[in-house]
Design a binder for this molecule. Structure first.
Ligand SMILES: NC(=O)c1ccc[n+]([C@@H]2O[C@H](COP(=O)([O-])OP(=O)(O)OC[C@H]3O[C@@H](n4cnc5c(N)ncnc54)[C@H](OP(=O)(O)O)[C@@H]3O)[C@@H](O)[C@H]2O)c1
Length: 360
């Protein structure tokens, strides 16, 4: 694979910092520019991030001296420097929509972590192991935007990146009819650390704005299909969620209940999880976990602290599968919210798009 020049839009933020770490070691992608708001523009990345650096590893040398560009004013300059950009910014939804479309229209593909375009009909929202075929809608999107290269592709919300993969191999064969998920979400999902969110210490906060709607609706788009120039969402299963913020630095856990049209045995579910392989595994994409779904037999696993880093934070950990008195089964699952759930998931999506020729 040839190397691609990439930019990070929102490089100073929590997800942007993750991007800088992942991409500094990436075999295909080479960071040539970093951008953020006008507040950071003109400073080096190190100066602009300052005290906000929240990663355990230090900022990569190659990036720390890069001068931050203005994500809104320097669109044409950035588009001329890169093959595509990753985008993770904290702005109003309509501003993000306009910003991402402006990059796409400047013939610069955008791989986005933001929610703004997740429900745009011709924007694919992809978990590469689950719905890789949705990238084919990009042709229709390019036609609408009037672009040759430019397009927007997004990844889904971090809250569902454990239970949607866990349900995915069971969907067709056993027909999931309904699912209930209670999520226990880490503070890095809000761009916070224990220093910047002291109110979470010794506490649980029972509300994350907009999260339950995302956790219930986004899976249906992921399980949808392409019809003409649109992705049409699936109309089942029925999903209900409650999303709580808990005092954990990284790693979103979900307690899941599920019912099926054709109830599988416990062994059949375990077999589906063990044998599940997606396109990223077949193509051996650099960020693809070898074993995507990992079942732990111990009663006290998965645990955020012990299991979130499995396969570089790109695998999903599952445990405690057992029959339930109201649903068919219940289980617990976990994924790393800023790796698989954010920057890592976006990098894997970009690898899929690169392998399929979308950046040529
Ligand atoms: N954290 C997660 O686990 C997670 C997971 C999935 C998706 N996301 C999504 O990813 C996005 C970023 O989240 P985050 O947690 O990284 O937020 P964050 O830590 O608050 O970082 C926000 C970034 O946006 C930039 N920004 C703010 N206003 C801007 C403007 N007007 N023009 C250009 N850049 C601007 C900031 O630049 P300055 O430093 O210059 O202000 C910073 O780089 C959000 O849409 C979030 O919903 C986050």
């Amino acid at each position: 694979m040839r190397r691609f020049n990439v930019g990070i839009i929102g490089a100073t933020g929590m997800v942007g910092q993750r991007f800088s770490l992942i991409l500094s070691k990436h075999p295909w992608f080479n960071v040539v520019c970093v951008a953020a708001s006008a507040r950071s523009a003109g400073k080096t990345l190190k100066e602009a991030v300052g005290e906000r650096w929240a990663m355990k590893e230090p900022m990569p040398e190659a990036l720390s001296g890069m001068v931050v560009m203005d994500a809104e004013k320097d669109i044409d300059k950035i588009a001329a420097m890169v093959d595509f950009v990753f985008c993770a910014v904290n702005m109003k939804k309509d501003e993000i929509k306009a910003l991402e479309e402006a990059y796409a229209k400047a013939e610069c593909p955008v791989i986005s972590n933001n929610s703004a375009h997740r429900h745009t009909d011709d924007v694919p929202m992809v978990i590469p192991e689950v719905n890789p075929e949705h990238i084919e809608i990009i042709k229709a999107q390019r036609k609408r935007l009037g672009t040759k290269r430019g397009f927007i592709a997004v990844k889904s919300n971090c809250s569902l990146q454990s239970y949607v993969p866990a349900l995915a191999p069971l969907m067709e064969k056993y027909k999931v009819t309904k699912a209930l998920a209670c999520t226990y979400q880490a503070i890095s999902g809000a761009g916070k650390t224990f220093e910047t969110m002291p109110e979470i210490v010794d506490n649980v906060i029972p509300f994350i704005g907009g999260e339950e709607e995302k956790s219930e609706l986004e899976p249906l788009k992921i399980w949808g299909h392409i019809e003409g120039d649109k992705i049409v969402s699936a109309d089942s299963p029925s999903i209900t969620t409650q999303c709580l913020r808990v005092p954990v630095s990284d790693g979103h856990t979900a307690a899941v209940f599920v019912s099926f049209e054709k109830k599988p045995t416990k062994d059949e579910i375990l077999k589906e999880w063990k044998e599940f392989r997606g396109v990223p595994q077949e193509l051996e994409l650099p960020s693809a976990p070898k074993q995507f779904l990992n079942y732990f037999t111990e009663d006290n696993r998965p645990q955020a602290k012990l299991d979130r880093e499995l396969e570089g934070g790109m695998a999903v950990s599952i445990g405690r599968l057992r029959e339930d008195s109201q649903y068919d089964y219940k289980f617990v699952c976990l994924s790393h919210n800023t790796l698989r759930g954010a920057a890592g998931g976006a990098v894997l999506l970009a690898e899929l798009l690169a392998a399929k020729g979308y950046f040529d």
